[in-house]
Design a protein. Structure first.
Length: 149
């Protein structure tokens, strides 16, 4: 199988940026799963941890691809602000903003990878999953009364 990567260094740099953001997503979602309180805690803990697992899956895909291309996967994590106490609405809004940023980044990077069918397909699948995450979070806010307060 022949890949048509135009600029391997540029691709590896893009993959490492995505990796650093996904690693931050794992930390953010796990943190939210720890601090969520209230009667709906159980399902929210499951949601946040499921999203953390998806970020780990994406991190693994990205890291493996970096190595396959001859690069070295970053161990850096995109900086995460420690907000202190947060309401559930604040947590979910933060997660929505993060998912929107990830989708935008992946879509921009995908434009660069159009000639590499393997990267294109990998990115399209990740974008699909990121959009699903975004929609899950948006539906939770829309479904709950606190969003209208």
């Amino acid at each position: 199988m022949v890949e048509t990567v135009v600029d391997k260094k540029k691709v590896i740099d893009a993959l490492n940026l995505a990796l650093e953001r996904e690693l931050a997503g794992i930390v953010r979602y796990l943190h939210h799963s720890f601090i969520v309180l209230g009667p709906g805690r159980g399902p929210l803990v499951q949601l946040f941890r499921s999203l953390a697992q998806d970020s780990m899956k994406h991190s693994t895909q990205l890291g493996e691809k970096i190595v396959a291309l001859g690069g070295h996967p970053s161990v850096k994590i995109e900086e995460i602000a420690e907000p202190g106490e947060q309401t559930l609405l604040e947590m979910i809004k933060e997660d929505i903003a993060m998912e929107e940023q990830h989708i935008e980044m992946y879509e921009n990077q995908l434009k660069e990878f159009q000639k590499d069918i393997v990267l294109k397909l990998m990115y399209e699948q990740i974008i699909l999953e990121e959009v699903t995450h975004l929609e899950q979070l948006q539906l939770y806010i829309r479904h709950n009364d606190f969003a209208h307060a």
